[in-house]
Design a protein around this ligand. Structure first.
Ligand code: SF4
Ligand code: FE
Length: 481
């Protein structure tokens, strides 16, 4: 088929039968649920823009498998140009949604598994790569959204998967059958799992010989029997149930996370892309994390653009935009934001071809990118809160503003620049609140810290990649040692 339209995506999601719980109750109608819908709208934007001729260059690509035009979110990077376009595409989507749009986990997982499965086959004579390419052809043909599922609950961090008292704290095989395997375990912090057609499971850490049964990679339809979802709470999430557009800050778009439980789930052989090759789990984890760390140089910069714009508007509405220190704070925000983008572009432009033909970002620069992401959005948020003012967290609700008696008084006393309606000022302040403290702060703040690996994970990679010995040699030579 052709690339899916936004409507076809929504229709395809409507047909899925997720086993989902939220607030202790089963949810059957995801599409119309006020807490879930904004996250679905964000993913829908990846379909809408791909069908807009204005964005064809960034949002689509020619498939290396079929030669057809496909949504870039299902593409294997064929060049550094593709890697750069991905970062630019994510910035664009961050600008359009002001939130996490979730589909990137899939493209990053697909690319990481492509090169890794090829290399496993080279070493062990297995046929994972062929299976994977067949699967990918199906994903491209149907224009599917994929949830790349990596993070296990991990239990006691001192212990490896096989050493845990509860063996299910890392996802593993519990039974091998003629036609496939049965798996048990869970994946946590799963971004966009319930907006996805497929769930693509990978191991989460380096594994040893005793962790063989935990070294698995496979894909399943996201609504497969036995997969149970529990929706993650976000700050201020129940504001979305109040029917007040202003108070949520960003009424249309949002992100989504869930705990995903695999309760003895069957996986057929043709959907398995790694099984017990524990020595490849490190490579798969490093590549997926590397791709996703480079993604943040795009998406966080795009969301940052919206936040900088909101802070600048708040300054206008407060009547302070002429002040030197405000101008300087906005410049500082831009400087930090563009540094993130520069890192994303840098690791993409310095990418290299892997043995399967798929391009991989420069791992050192991708980790530098993400290390900056663990810091700069916090500083950008701090400056946005500084400029916007305390009213952002103390002002009354939309219902008060619209109340026949108290409303006109609030309109009078909460006004900044007289010509700007109070409602506009409240809207922009709520948007800043949404991104720095509210529902979208999951994606912009805490996810900037922990998503794609916590800061220490990048520092370990930086230590591995930085070649300190070479730097010592340089110094010795110049010092005459
Ligand atoms: Fe995509 Fe960014 Fe969300 Fe990760 S945090 S899924 S890269 S938008
Ligand atoms: Fe993420």
């Amino acid at each position: 088929m052709e690339m899916k339209t936004k409507e076809q995506y929504l229709e395809s999601l409507r047909k899925m039968k997720f086993q989902l719980y939220m607030f202790g109750e089963k949810v059957t109608d995801l599409i119309n649920h006020p807490i879930i819908r904004p996250s679905i709208n964000s993913v829908a934007m990846t379909y809408e823009l791909a069908n807009d001729p204005e964005y064809e260059e960034l949002m689509t690509a020619i498939s290396s498998i079929t030669g057809k035009r496909i949504n870039r979110f299902t593409h294997l990077h064929q060049s550094t140009d593709d890697l750069i376009k991905k970062v630019k595409m994510l910035r664009l989507l961050g600008q359009k949604t002001g939130s996490c749009f979730q589909r990137c986990v899939g493209i990053d997982a697909l690319n990481a598994i492509d090169s890794t499965s090829f290399e496993i086959d080279l070493k062990y004579g297995t046929d994972y790569h062929k299976r994977f390419r067949n699967y990918l052809a199906y994903v491209q043909e149907e224009d599917l959204t994929i949830d790349g599922a990596m993070t296990d609950p991990k239990g006691d961090r001192r212990l490896s998967p096989s050493q845990q008292k509860d063996p299910d704290l890392y996802l593993h095989i519990v039974e091998e059958k003629k036609n496939g395997i049965i798996v048990r375990g869970a994946k946590v912090h799963q971004t966009g799992a319930l907006n996805s057609h497929e769930i693509l499971v990978m191991p989460t850490i380096s594994m040893g010989p005793n962790d063989k049964d935990y070294s698995i990679c496979f894909a399943l339809p996201a609504d497969t029997d036995g997969i149970i979802y529990v929706y993650g709470r976000q700050s201020c999430d129940t504001r979305k149930l109040e029917n007040s557009e202003i108070d949520v800050g960003n009424a249309k778009y949002g992100g989504q996370e869930a705990v995903v439980i695999f309760n003895d789930v069957f996986v057929p052989w043709e959907r398995i892309f790694m099984l017990r090759e524990f020595d490849f789990s490190t490579i798969l984890v490093e590549r997926f994390a590397g791709y996703h760390r480079s993604s943040y140089g795009g998406c966080k910069a795009g969301v940052g653009d919206v936040l900088i714009g909101a802070a600048a508007l708040a300054a206008d509405y407060n009547g302070v935009s002429h002040a030197g220190h405000i101008k300087d704070k906005l410049i500082e925000m831009v400087h930090l934001n563009e540094t993130l983008y520069a890192c994303g572009i840098a690791c993409a432009s310095q990418g290299n071809r892997t043995a399967s033909g798929t391009y991989l970002i420069d791992l050192l620069l991708a980790n530098i990118c993400k290390q900056n992401v663990t810091r700069f959005p916090y500083e950008i948020s701090r400056l946005a809160e500084d400029i916007t003012g305390g009213l952002m967290v103390t002002m009354p609700s939309e219902k008060d503003l619209k109340h026949p008696e108290i409303g006109p008084l609030l309109d009078k006393y909460l006004r900044g620049v007289f010509e700007i309606p109070t409602e506009k000022r409240m809207r922009i302040m709520r948007l800043v609140e949404n991104m720095t403290l509210g529902a979208a702060a999951v994606g912009y703040r805490t996810e900037s810290l922990h998503g794609a690996g916590s800061p220490q994970a990048q520092r370990i990679m930086i230590a591995r990649q930085c070649n300190l010995e070479y730097k010592k040699e340089l110094a010795k030579k110049i010092a005459g040692i």
